[in-house]
Design a binder for this molecule. Sequence first.
Ligand SMILES: CC(=O)N[C@H]1[C@@H](OP(=O)(O)OP(=O)(O)OC[C@H]2O[C@@H](n3ccc(=O)[nH]c3=O)[C@H](O)[C@@H]2O)O[C@H](CO)[C@@H](O)[C@@H]1O[C@H](C)C(=O)N[C@@H](C)C(=O)N[C@H](CCC(=O)O)C(=O)O
Ligand SMILES: Nc1ncnc2c1ncn2[C@@H]1O[C@H](COP(=O)(O)OP(=O)(O)OP(=O)(O)O)[C@@H](O)[C@H]1O
Ligand SMILES: N[C@H](CCC[C@H](N)C(=O)O)C(=O)O
Ligand SMILES: [Mg+2]
Length: 490
Amino acid sequence: MKLKKLLLNSSYKILQGNLDIEITDIAFDSRKVKSGALFVCIPGFQVDGHDFISQAVEKGASALVVEKDVSDIPEHITVIQVDHARQALPQLSHLFYGRPTEKVNLIGITGTNGKTSVSFLISKILSTAGRTVGLAGTIRKQVGEKVIPFHTTTPTTPESSDLQRLFKMMVREGAEDIVMEVSSIALEQGRVDGCRFKVGVFTNLSPDHLDDHGTMENYKRAKMKLFNRCEYHVINRDDKVAEEILAMATGSILTYGIEHEEVDLKATHIAINAEGVRFTMEYQGEKVEAAIAIPGKFSVYNALAAAAACIPLGLSLEEIAKGLAAVEGVRGRFENVPIPSEFHVIVDYAHSPDALENVLHTIRDFVKGRVITIFGCGGDRDPSKRPLMGKIAGELSDLCILTSDNPRTEEPETILNHIEVGIKETQCQYVSEVDRRKAIGRGLQMAKEGDVVLIAGKGHEDYQEVNGEKMHFDDVEEVKNWVKQQENVD
Ligand SMILES: CC(=O)N[C@H]1[C@@H](OP(=O)(O)OP(=O)(O)OC[C@H]2O[C@@H](n3ccc(=O)[nH]c3=O)[C@H](O)[C@@H]2O)O[C@H](CO)[C@@H](O)[C@@H]1O[C@H](C)C(=O)N[C@@H](C)C(=O)N[C@H](CCC(=O)O)C(=O)O
Ligand SMILES: Nc1ncnc2c1ncn2[C@@H]1O[C@H](COP(=O)(O)OP(=O)(O)OP(=O)(O)O)[C@@H](O)[C@H]1O
Ligand SMILES: N[C@H](CCC[C@H](N)C(=O)O)C(=O)O
Ligand SMILES: [Mg+2]
């Protein structure tokens, strides 16, 4: 595509060269530049893309988008200057990849907890109804049955040009609907600018990512950015910030909830047990029985969010209930690990105070024996959540084992000390064991008939990140290995 066409909707200054050149690719990482590419220089949090111009040129870039003044660029390279390179990238990419989001129903989910779960539920409902669905989120990116390979460091919501490329690929593979998680960081950085959403879903808001956003107010404002670019807004009206979102919503509104009197989609007659939840879905006077094989009140909320998102896509309540019934669970989300023992083991991705509290309440509702919680908190992430999670785990468990969860560049012991501050406010017995494998072994060893062992924080993750290195580690696999070891000892 000609550079001139790519710049159609942008304001820019030509520093050198001409716009009548063919662009074959868009890159924001100099290491991935291909011959004929447009290299967009982004000043990042770690390094500055402008410092890698010579590498991009060596690799064959034919044009640059910069926001700073640059010099000594070879004459044959066209250089365009914009105010904000990261903000220019989505618009350029949207045009370069042929406006893919205008060819599908794009459904975006934002909120502190439940994005991955709700996106899986929506995708299951739509695929059960016979539609081809694209899915982009934390666990994987896929279209239909095809998993799209991505580097392990790719964020939940990829950078805008990766995202638009992914959308194009999904459209080519026949996707009619694309369901994606939209993180607050992505909204803040404009990664979804240029996307046209058919439906935007808000699940809930509770403290997390305060290291990135500074205050809850900023965090909330970032989340709200999804709701000025959607045709339909699906809002959890039981959440305390729902009214604020409703007040600024620009499209049609569909609310859901359990407690609030005035919602469009309501769950009543809720029955929760260790296997899952059953409830009645009520919408505009119509009632349908629904069930989903993931326990917890939060599962009812996730099912309602998914159901409400599918209504503007033309699905009936019966089709929605059929899709929910087909859900077999989501990897690492309240995942029951089958073991030949008289106690239960649950692996869950709860890594925020609110998520941990929800999961532990759910377990408390059905546990016959004790609750043994094994968890930690991520390094280089919001330290304010550590004592809060310690307190919640202490209040709702009989025994806690504090351990490592991606310490990254921090000392694992320091993180555990922060968690201890909160757990010490409770009566709960606890031990600290930085080695997660040993911690899991210890928890399982201590478990007796009727107990539930919760291994929280890593869910689907298959690595432990220490000092920039990701080593293979999988909580479910660890439990299975422990079982094998016991069998060998016996
Ligand atoms: C904090 C954050 O948002 N980081 C993202 C951000 O990085 P950055 O701005 O710091 O980039 P940088 O490393 O300083 O590099 C600046 C520029 O120079 C380029 N570069 C760099 C090196 C080089 O040799 N050549 C080169 O051209 C880079 O490609 C980049 O364009 O932009 C990068 C390019 O898109 C992302 O890969 C990176 O995500 C990192 C992997 C990350 O950890 N992100 C997390 C925090 C994240 O986004 N998480 C959210 C939230 C998850 C949740 O909801 O819980 C998510 O959506 O996943
Ligand atoms: N609706 C909900 N409300 C509160 N907690 C929830 C909800 N849904 C799931 N959880 C809890 O939060 C954890 C993370 O859920 P999920 O992965 O769906 O959220 P997410 O928003 O995608 O998280 P991330 O931002 O890390 O990608 C689950 O393992 C569960 O413990
Ligand atoms: N999207 C979250 C995931 C956290 C998962 C937890 N295991 C951790 O490493 O803190 C983040 O990157 O902050
Ligand atoms: Mg997620």
